[in-house]
Design a protein around this ligand. Structure first.
Ligand code: ADP
Ligand code: MG
Length: 163
């Protein structure tokens, strides 16, 4: 599966931005197929920062803050709806059932999910899993494809990034 994983060194914000912007462009091209992206990594790794650049690239002008208390923040953008989840404070994954989680994972929507581990079996499966690792002064973004759709997106990202 090594051909289905990309790793980027992103010590500076601009490098995180570059990966997020290019991934957003590639996901936009794949529409109306929806895509589910999990974001993993410790607190402060840069999951929300990555999501912010991604959502702004798709046309959102204002702030993107972590939906820590609301669990999900919708962004109705030109041609696409993005749902940004942060499940860090989710006490019981069954809450997701009550909020009608399945309706979020529709065609033409892009779902970004921070702390997907907390959602257990209630979440739709990921097309892409992004893992951000911070060590001293180094930061790495690893992107793994989990479905054929994810693999297609990843191939295009690789071309767009030039690696
Ligand atoms: P998380 O959502 O994973 O908890 P945040 O995105 O909220 O993390 O916080 C990451 C913090 O690290 C932000 O303050 C951001 O400005 C900072 N940061 C510094 N360098 C980078 C980088 N190269 N990529 C992403 N974030 C960075
Ligand atoms: Mg966050």
């Amino acid at each position: 599966m090594s051909d289905h994983t990309l790793i980027y060194d992103t010590p500076e914000l601009e490098e995180t931005q570059s990966v997020a912007v290019k991934l957003a462009q590639v996901c936009e091209k794949a529409l109306p197929a929806g895509i589910v992206i999990y974001l993993k990594g410790d607190l402060g790794a840069g999951k929300t920062t990555f999501s912010r650049y991604f959502i702004q690239q798709l046309g959102h002008q204002g702030k993107v803050k972590s939906p820590t208390y609301t669990l999900v923040e919708p962004y109705e953008l030109d041609g696409v709806t993005v749902f940004h989840f942060d499940l860090y404070r989710l006490a019981d994954p069954e809450e997701l059932e009550f909020m009608g989680i399945r309706d979020y994972f529709a065609e033409s929507t892009i779902c970004l999910v921070e702390w997907p581990q907390k959602g257990a079996e209630y979440l739709a499966a990921a097309d892409l899993v992004i893992s951000i690792n911070v060590h001293d002064n180094s930061r790495k973004i690893m992107i793994a494809a989990k479905t054929p759709k994810g693999a297609g997106v990843l191939t295009q990202l690789s071309t767009s990034m030039g690696t």
